[in-house]
Design a protein around this ligand. Structure first.
Ligand SMILES: *Cc1c(COP(=O)(O)O)cnc(C)c1O
Length: 419
């Protein structure tokens, strides 16, 4: 069995896993009750299910309604105790002050667009945003009179300034892009948004706990908690975090108006998943780095899109702004390979599941080409590309699996005589 960790320089490994290790203690302790006096408590807070909340009087019910911006219990659709507990934990992990938990990562992407934009506004979105976020902007925002422009994720400040209009009210970034992995210069986007009087929203799913959007000029952070937070590929859930009352009130109002809430069992699973996120990712990120370096040494590979490696666009922003790396990265193959070569390789893998999403404890692979629309950039610029999500399996097994697949790709190319 090839040990991919033998390829990893110790200082780079430390740089990639440090953030996960640093957050582990907090993840274990946050959002729990402490025993007091003679009162014992369960380690894990329980999920209380409920729709109707009973009050002692109409006046008490009325007072509770005024607390809709806080964790008051009002009605099940406005949140449950376990949801409010999860919200407090997410706000702390993200570095904000308030979080709204919503029923999916996609709902977390669309809620700020609904909350902060109105007919006649203009919105700038990074070309690398999650596909369904783009579809929402193209099909729903435009239908409601919001104009949408996409920008290349690596655009300079001058190029971006030329796209800003007097009616630009929101800039949406995803860093790194979850298929093409460009790490964006968020502080620069923050300055741009501030000059325009617009809000900067960042989809921070890849960088949960490793990147604090609010310390880098963003107003809103979006999380698909479905991924690393829930961590077991069994829950769909999301969160939107802000760092000021001015950003919180419209967001919370829209969540209530649109009926965006998550079920208590999903909140409970997510809070439970978060306890081990640091430990899972310390291991997963290390294996992913080993695989990325091993892939980089293979003749079939044109470019590895891992933010901790200089071959990834925006690596310098990762090095400047992130306290670690997660376990999702891209691989671009040489131009001599066909999509059919890559498809055969992927179909033959034994230890990588084929499926959408990521962030669980298991390894996954997905082609990057196809299904991804771009208006400003080609996704790969070379041969076919795929995305790997690295789980908790032994790194050596994963490398041997990929080695068999890549040998097969090379043999197919050699058979065509184009090598
Ligand atoms: C998966 C994902 C989402 C959407 O999350 P769901 O819970 O699947 O709706 C949003 N943004 C990014 C970057 C994602 O990877």
């Amino acid at each position: 069995m090839t040990d991919p960790m033998a390829l990893v320089p110790p200082d780079l490994l430390e740089r990639v896993v440090r953030g996960w290790r640093d957050m582990s203690t907090r993840l274990v302790q946050m959002g729990r009750d402490r025993p007091e006096g003679d009162r014992g408590v369960f380690v894990n807070p329980a999920a209380e299910r409920g729709s109707t909340v009973l009050f002692s009087s109409l006046e008490a019910m009325d007072r509770a309604g005024h607390g809709r911006y806080g964790p008051e219990l009002i009605y099940g659709a406005m949140g449950s105790p376990i949801q409010h507990r999860l919200e407090a934990v997410i706000a702390e992990i993200e570095g904000g002050t308030h979080a709204q938990v919503v029923p999916s990562g996609l709902a977390a992407c669309t809620l700020p667009l609904l909350a902060y934009l109105q007919a006649g506004d203009h919105c700038l979105l990074s070309d690398s945003v999650y596909g369904p976020t783009r579809r929402f902007a193209d099909r729903v925002l435009r239908r409601f009179g919001v104009d949408v422009t996409y920008f290349p994720p690596m655009a300079t400040e001058t190029e971006l300034q030329a796209l800003v209009r007097p009616d630009t009210r929101l800039v949406f970034a995803e860093s790194p892009g979850s298929h093409s992995f460009e790490v964006q210069d968020i502080p620069m986007l923050g300055r741009l948004a501030a000059r325009a009087g617009a809000r900067l929203v960042v989809d921070n799913t890849w960088g949960i706990g490793l990147f604090n959007p609010f310390a880098h000029g963003a107003h809103v952070s979006v999380q698909a908690l479905t991924k690393y937070a829930a961590g077991h590929s069994d829950t769909i859930i999301g969160a939107v975090t802000v760092a000021s009352d001015a950003d919180w009130r419209p967001l919370r109002d829209t969540a209530i108006q649109a009926g965006q809430t998550a079920g208590p069992d999903d909140c409970w699973l997510t809070l439970r998943g978060l306890r081990t996120m640091g430990a899972r990712l310390e291991r997963q990120a290390a294996t992913a780095l080993g695989l990325a370096l091993w892939l980089q040494s293979r003749p079939e590979v044109h470019r590895v899109l891992h933010p901790a490696l200089p071959s990834c666009p925006g690596h310098e922003y990762w090095a400047r702004d992130f306290s670690g790396a997660s376990s999702l990265f891209g691989v671009v193959f040489d131009a001599g390979f066909t999509t059919a070569d890559m498809t055969a390789m992927i179909d033959g893998l034994q230890h990588f599941g084929i499926g959408a999403s990521w962030g669980g404890y298991e390894s996954l692979v997905l082609p990057t080409t196809g299904g991804i629309s771009r208006s400003c950039l080609s996704v790969t610029g070379a041969g076919p590309a795929c995305r790997l999500h690295v789980g908790l399996e032994a790194g050596g097994l994963l490398v041997d699996d990929l080695a068999r697949g890549l040998d097969g790709m090379s043999a197919a190319r050699a058979g065509r005589g184009t090598d």
